[in-house]
Ligand binder design. Sequence first.
Ligand SMILES: *Cc1c(COP(=O)(O)O)cnc(C)c1O
Length: 404
Amino acid sequence: MIYKKKEFLVDNIKTSVLAKKYATPLYCYSFKKLKQNILNFKKNFKSIKPMICFSVKSNPNKTLLSEIGKLGLGADVVSIGELMRSLKSGIKPNKIVFSGVGKTSNEIEYAVRKKILLINAESKSEILEIERIAKKNNRKVNIGIRLNPNTDAKTLSKISTGKKENKFGVNEKVFLDLVNYSKNSQNLKLKCISVHIGSQILDIDPYKKMLKVLEKIIEKSRYQFQFVDLGGGMGINYNNSKKRLSLKKYSILIKKFLKKQKCQIIFEPGRSIIGNSGILISKVIYIKESSKKDFVILDAAMNDFMRPALYNATHRIIPVKMSIKKSKKRYEFVGPICESTDKFAIFKNFQKLKEKDLVIILDVGAYGMSLSSNYNLRPKVTELLIKNSKIRIIGKRQKLKDLI
Ligand SMILES: *Cc1c(COP(=O)(O)O)cnc(C)c1O
C-alpha cells in the first residue's frame, strides 16, 4: 500500500478506480499485508512455537477468516456466532479457544458438543455451569481459567482489561480455589491458565509484569498446566510515532518464562494480524467553513468506523490523490451522523480538498467493520479483498430496501 505517481494504491490497484467501481464508503483489505503480518508474527515467535488463535472479534469476515485459517491460525472466539463462523470457515475445533465473561448455557453446550480446544472460564459460576453441561453430556471438558493479573496495560483506559477493577478473569485467591476445584472434578479437565491484559499495547513492561505474576501464581498452584494462553493485545503503529512493540523482545521474555514452566504458549492476536491490512475509502460530501477550522464532511461515519467515537482512537487520514499545490488547511474530518462524537480526526496541515475528493482512513482492518452498525439506518458497506492483483467482493453493501 503506497503512493505511486501521487495516487494511493493497494497492491498496485488504484484506490480511485475501486471507489468509482464499488462506490464509497468502502473497506478494502490487502491479502499481501495480511499474509506478511502472519509470517512476521510467526517468525518473531519462532523459538517458542506458539499456537496462534486469531481473535475473531477484531474482524469476523468469512473470507478473511478462511484465509487466516489456511495460513495456519486457529481462532479465539467470544460468542456462539463467532464459534459457528470459525468452524464454517474451516478452522478445526482443536484450534479454537472460547473466551468471555458471559457465556450462556446454550453457548457452552455448543462448544462442548463441538469439542473445541479450550473453554476459558472467567468465574466460579461459569465453571459450575460448564461442569453441569459436561456431566449432562457425559464428557470431560477441557477448560482454562482466566486470571486477572492486576497489571496495567498502559493503553487507552477503554481497552484495558487486566486491572482489578475490570470485569475480566478472577483474582489470585479465586484462581487458586478454582484450580483446586477443577482438578478434582470428574467432568472438567483443567489445561490452561489464560490472561489478556488489554489491547493496543506498545510497551513491553506490562507484558513483563504479567509474566512475573503468571510465574508466581503457577508456582503457588502447584499444577502442571498444558497451556499458558497469553491473550493478544500487541499494538500496531497507528500514528507514525516511533513507539513500537518489539515482538522479538516479547518472545525472548517468554522463552525465559518457559525455562521454568514446561507448557505450550497460546496467543490470541487480532489487531496485530489484521489492523494495518484494511483501509476505508471515503468521499468528501461537503466542506463547511468555520472560524477556526473547516469541517470536511465525509460519506463515512461512526457507524462505519467507530473506534474514534468509541475509544477516542486516532487514525491517519490521507488523500487518495496527492496534490501538487502547497496550500494547507486545518481540517476536522467528520461523518454525517447526528452525534458530536461522529468525528474522525483533526489535522492542522492537510492538503486543500474539494467536495467529491476521496480520502482514506488507514489501519481500519481490526475493530472497523466488526464494530459497524446500522445507526441512523445507514446500510453496512462493501468490503473488498485484493489478492494477487485480483479484486474480490468479500462483503456486500446492504441494500436500503432490506433496511426499510
Ligand atoms: C479482544 C481480545 C483479544 C484480541 O486483542 P487484540 O488487541 O486485537 O490483539 C484477545 N483475547 C481476548 C480474550 C480478547 O478479548
